[in-house]
Design a protein around this ligand. Structure first.
Ligand code: T4K
Length: 395
């Protein structure tokens, strides 16, 4: 099949584009029935009945007292940061989606970037303490790829230095650490239910917490600070989830176990097909924990792989497989951080190395064993034909 690679001038193997993050859909009839009910009720937003149901079901699924649904994960992060009264500086990884850092900077809080552990891709607790200054008020862990960060170590540092702890758990819905569901760690955790997440509400997010006082505060802040008609008792913003988003969220939640099992069998098919390819490895998920298997994360070993990550991404794009380079180049290399913190890279060698070798492949309902086999054959052929591909890429 070597001559058949699209990068070498042949038609693409896949006719339609394959996305990383193509949305998963639950039962269409159930969704449409819910939307019809919304229209009948004429209650479209502002803490409607479906939002309340969605919140209860998310809280029960995760095993926390409170879920406060929001219009998206980024606003949920921003409101959680305010509710926690974070100020000054907050320590977080640079290896994350840029929304994590923006949610701080948007509120004029300096994101201080900590390096990651190159094996887990999560913040390395061992480097956190040397980044603490008198201005530090909090630590924000991120469960990258849904693999939980070292919550015990992070929380021990928080206790020692009197810092508040929250987590960006955008990708970790349905995952556990030491048997406890993600959602119950720190002062609060934030989920994203964006269209590209395995559980989606079109757009959406939530803050989950076991703290009653914080939950009340979050509810007020999400709705302009209103505590009743004409009674504003707090500074707030509009962070509300709409009924139609809750309808989608509830429908997705009903399909959650099916979605996890599709992701898991896709993951296993990729593992089989990629095994034996020199320099190509798939990240592991701990089989003793609950995982959502939302991401197919491949690392290209710069020493042993015949192609580098960017070359392989170019090969796949030519085949209509829109592989992604998340979270390249790292938040610290994006504006405004690049200009505000030009020396940050010096402390982030593992972030830079991991960001240069990772690529993500499509999964979810759009994939199945035969598509995965074909996609992995493309990778295998590409590696075998590396010199021709390099010539094509530089021509
Ligand atoms: N923290 C973390 C760690 C996050 O990963 C995220 C979001 C957040 C915070 C913020 O949460 P939200 O405010 O978004 O709720 C995408 C998503 O937009 C973003 O939600 C997600 N992380 C991030 C990892 O991925 P982009 O810039 O890559 O999106 P885009 O438009 O390139 O779409 C990704 C792929 O999905 C494309 O190939 C197209 C495809 N797609 C997308 C949409 C929206 C579809 O096939 N259908 C669709 O409806 O950020």
């Amino acid at each position: 099949m070597s001559g058949k690679l699209a990068i070498l001038g042949n038609p693409p193997a896949f006719e339609a584009l394959l996305h990383v993050g193509g949305p998963n859909l639950g039962d269409r009839a159930a969704l449409l029935a819910r939307i019809n009910d919304i229209l009948e009720r004429r209650w479209l937003t502002n803490d409607g009945p479906l939002v309340q149901q969605f919140e209860r079901r998310i809280a029960d699924y995760v095993g926390v007292k409170h879920c406060i649904a929001m219009c998206n994960g980024t606003v949920a992060l921003e409101i959680a940061i305010r509710a926690l009264e974070l100020k000054g500086e907050v320590i977080l990884p640079s290896y994350t989606f840029v929304a994590t850092a923006h949610a701080l900077q948007w509120q004029e809080i300096k994101p201080v970037f900590a390096d990651i552990d190159p094996c887990t891709h999560n913040i390395n607790p061992g480097v956190i303490e040397r980044l603490i200054t008198p201005k530090t008020t909090g630590l924000m862990g991120v469960h990258v790829w849904g693999r939980p960060c070292d919550t015990e170590a992070i929380e021990a540092i928080g206790r020692k230095h009197g810092l508040k702890i929250m987590y960006d758990s955008a990708a970790a819905f349905g995952c556990s650490r030491n048997g406890k569901m993600i959602g119950g760690f720190g002062a609060c955790e934030v989920f994203s239910f964006h269209a590209t997440k395995f559980l989606n509400s079109f757009e959406g997010g939530a803050v989950v917490t076991n703290d009653d006082v914080m939950a009340d505060k979050l509810r007020l802040m999400r709705n302009f600070g209103f505590a009743g008609y004409d009674r504003v008792i707090y500074l707030g913003i509009n962070g509300k989830m709409t009924e139609v988003c809750a309808a989608m969220g509830l429908t997705s939640l009903e399909a959650v176990e099916d979605l996890i099992s599709i992701n898991r069998s896709n993951y296993e098919a990729y593992r089989t097909e990629l095994s034996g390819l020199a320099g190509v490895s798939l990240i592991d998920y701990d089989p003793n924990e609950r995982n959502n298997y939302q991401y197919i994360v491949v690392e290209m070993d710069t020493e042993t792989a015949a192609l580098n990550r960017d070359e392989l991404v170019a090969v796949l794009h030519a085949e209509n497989v829109l592989a992604r380079k998340y979270f390249w180049p790292g938040c610290h290399k994006m504006e405004p951080y690049r200009s505000l913190q030009p020396k940050a890279a010096m402390l982030l060698p593992h972030t830079e190395a991991v960001a240069a070798r990772v690529l993500l492949l499509p999964t979810g309902q759009a994939m199945n064993a035969s598509r995965i086999k074909l996609l992995c054959q493309i990778i295998s052929n590409a590696l075998e034909n590396a010199p021709a591909i390099r010539r094509a890429l530089t021509a």
